[in-house]
Design a protein around this ligand. Structure first.
Ligand code: 13P
Length: 383
C-alpha cells in the first residue's frame, strides 16, 4: 500500500506537471458562475467541468484534477464518466473530502477548523470505488498581529494529519492544505514566520500520526505580503526567496511535491511567482521536492470568462485552458518565459481575490453559521 501511495504521489508531482483544483463547492462555483452571468445549475456546473476535462492534450501538463463530490460521479454529455475521460489522458481523479470551515471553539476572532473527520473513512472507501486516487483537505489560518493562535495552529495541524492518515489507510494520497489567508496587512516577513510555524506544526502532526510522507503532497500558499500590506505587492524574486527559505526550513525531503494554491493572485502573478520559486530553488539548492501548482482560480478564471460569454466557444476556451496549463507547467520547471503574445490570461492584472475564503462572522448560539457575504453555504462548503 505504502509503495502504491508513493508511486501515485510521485506521478502527481512529476516534473512539469501539476494539479487542477476544480473542487469548488456548489456554493463557491455558484458565486463564480453567477458573477460570470450564468445560473448555478447542476447541468451548467457539469458542462463547465466537461469543458476543462475534455481539453485535448491537457494531460501533458496536468497530472490530476481535484473534484467536488458531485463532479466525481458526473459524465460528459456523451455519457462517459469524467473519471474515465481523464484517465484516457493520463490524468488522475482527486476528491475534496473536507466539509468546509466552521468557527473554532475557543479560537480567536475568525479562526476556523475544518469539518469532515466524522464519517471520513467510509466516504474515502466510496471515493476509491468511484475511481479517486487522491484527496484534498483545506484548513485555513488567519494572520493578524496576534493570530494564528496556538490552538488554531495545533488543531488544524492535528486534523490535517488525521485526515491524511485515514486517506492513506483507504488507499488515497492525501493533499494536505494548510492555507494561510492573504487577507490582512501583515508583512511578507510575518507571513513567512507564520508559514514556517504552520507547516512545521503540520509536518510534526503528520509524523505523530504515522503518515507516510512519501505518499502525501503538501499544498501551501506562496509567501507574499498580506493583501492590505503597506507597500503592496513585491517582486517575484522576493516571493521566491521568502517561500523557498520557509520550505527549506520545515519540509522533509521525503515529501515528493509541494503544490501551491494560487490564493487570489492574478493568473499571471501565479505563473511568474511559481517560475521564480523554481529558479530560486535551483540557485540555493537543497530543495528536493517538486515545486508545482494546484491552482484553482489561476487556471480557470480566463477560461470561465470566455466560456460564459458564449457557450459555443468550447474549442477556444479549451485552447485557453491548455495555454494556461502549459505556462504553469513551464513555471513548475523554472522555464517560463513570456512568449511574444505575453501570458495567455485575458484578465490582465485583475485580482482574483475573494472575500469568502475564510470566515469572519460570529456563530449564533446553537444556530446555523452565517457567512460574511451572505448565505453561509459557501463558508461551510468553501473550495
Ligand atoms: P486557488 O488556487 O483558487 O486559491 O484554489 C486552490 C484551492 O484548491 C484552494 O483550496
Amino acid at each position: 500500500m505504502a509503495a502504491d501511495l508513493a508511486s501515485v504521489a510521485a506521478k502527481l508531482a512529476a516534473p512539469g506537471k501539476g494539479l487542477l483544483a476544480s473542487d469548488e463547492s456548489t456554493g463557491t462555483i455558484g458565486k463564480r458562475l453567477e458573477k460570470a452571468g450564468l445560473p448555478n445549475t447542476k447541468d451548467i456546473r457539469r458542462a463547465y467541468r466537461e469543458l476543462y476535462y475534455t481539453t485535448p492534450g491537457i494531460g501533458q501538463y496536468i497530472s490530476g484534477v481535484i473534484m467536488f463530490k458531485e463532479t466525481l460521479y458526473q459524465s460528459t454529455a456523451a455519457g462517459r464518466r469524467f473519471v474515465d475521460v481523464l484517465a484516457d489522458e493520463g490524468v488522475m481523479a482527486g476528491i475534496k473530502v473536507d466539509e468546509g470551515l466552521a468557527p473554532l471553539p475557543g479560537g480567536g476572532e475568525g479562526e476556523t477548523y475544518t469539518k469532515g473527520l466524522e464519517g471520513l473513512e467510509a466516504a474515502c472507501r466510496e471515493y476509491v470505488m468511484a475511481g479517486a486516487k487522491f484527496a484534498k483537505w483545506r484548513a485555513t489560518l488567519k494572520v493578524t498581529d496576534s493570530l494564528p493562535s496556538d490552538l488554531a495552529v495545533e488543531r488544524n495541524a492535528e486534523d490535517l494529519a488525521r485526515y491524511a492518515k485515514v486517506c492513506q489507510e483507504c488507499g488515497l494520497v492525501p493533499v494536505v492544505e494548510p492555507e494561510i489567508l492573504i487577507d490582512g496587512a501583515h508583512s511578507q516577513t510575518r507571513f513567512g514566520v507564520v508559514t514556517e510555524r504552520v507547516l512545521g506544526a503540520t509536518v510534526a502532526a503528520l509524523w505523530r500520526q504515522g503518515v507516510a510522507l512519501e505518499g502525501c503532497l503538501l499544498k501551501p500558499q506562496m509567501v507574499i505580503p498580506g493583501a492590505e500590506a503597506e507597500g503592496g505587492k513585491v517582486a517575484a524574486e522576493e516571493v521566491a526567496s521568502h517561500t523557498v527559505a520557509a520550505l527549506r526550513r520545515v519540509v522533509p525531503p521525503a515529501v515528493p511535491g509541494i503544490m501551491f494554491l494560487s490564493g487570489g493572485q492574478t493568473e499571471e502573478e501565479a505563473t511568474i511567482n511559481l517560475d521564480a520559486i523554481n529558479k530560486e530553488a535551483r540557485v540555493v539548492g537543497r530543495c528536493p521536492w517538486a515545486l508545482s501548482f494546484s491552482f484553482g482560480r489561476a487556471l480557470q478564471a480566463s477560461v470561465l470568462k470566455l466560456w460564459s460569454s458564449d457557450q459555443t466557444r468550447v474549442a477556444e476556451a479549451q485552447q485557453l485552458a491548455l495555454a494556461l496549463a502549459q505556462v504553469n507547467s513551464e513555471a513548475a520547471l523554472g522555464q517560463y518565459t513570456a512568449a511574444a503574445g505575453g501570458h495567455p490570461s485575458t484578465l490582465s492584472g485583475d485580482s482574483l481575490r475573494e472575500n469568502f475564503r475564510g470566515w469572519s462572522g460570529q456563530a449564533p448560539a446553537g444556530g446555523a453559521v452565517p457567512s460574511p457575504g451572505g448565505s453561509g453555504e459557501e463558508v461551510l462548503m468553501a473550495h
